[in-house]
Design a protein around this ligand. Sequence first.
Ligand code: HEC
Length: 155
Amino acid sequence: MPHFARPTRSRLSVAALAVVMVSLAAPAIAETSVQYAPGGAYFRASDKFVADSGAEVYSTICAGCHMPMGQGAVGGGAYPALASNKNLASATYLVYTVINGRKGMPPFGDALDDTQIALLTNYIRSQFGNAYTDTVGAAEVRAIRPAPRAATSPR
Ligand code: HEC
């Protein structure tokens, strides 16, 4: 680990330093090493989201577009409601959409691991007026992923 000057009191500088440290030392940092990113979100050194409940993943990633109660929004684009959404009768449809994105929605398959997507799927399908009782696990999510990712994926 290279030596750095003592961090200043500025939170932004500390965050910037953390990012520099990640880029300098990325190969040496363990998968579980947690860093602050300037935006305030937690990332692992590998740029994965650090969240271990469906509610946390939802509020961190999905709520910004689909709104905190899944009500959706119109304005600068149409963000469909996930609340009381009949398309979510298919867990596969939801998992597939999260992994691959859909038209104006970006893909999150690289940012979220199989367990996070399973927890997120089970959360959304049991919240916001959705009452689907079947659940998915990490193995089902893995099976829906397009193909095993190369170790040095460009994304
Ligand atoms: C940047 C904004 C944005 C974010 C973030 C986002 N979505 Fe979306 N989402 C969209 C848009 C736009 C669509 C409509 C795509 C289309 O035109 O079919 C959509 C569509 C969907 C659909 C299909 C809805 C239907 O009625 O068929 C699902 C399911 C969905 N999103 C789930 C999620 C989940 C879960 C997350 C969090 C991991 C998420 N979205 C994050 C913008 C977003």
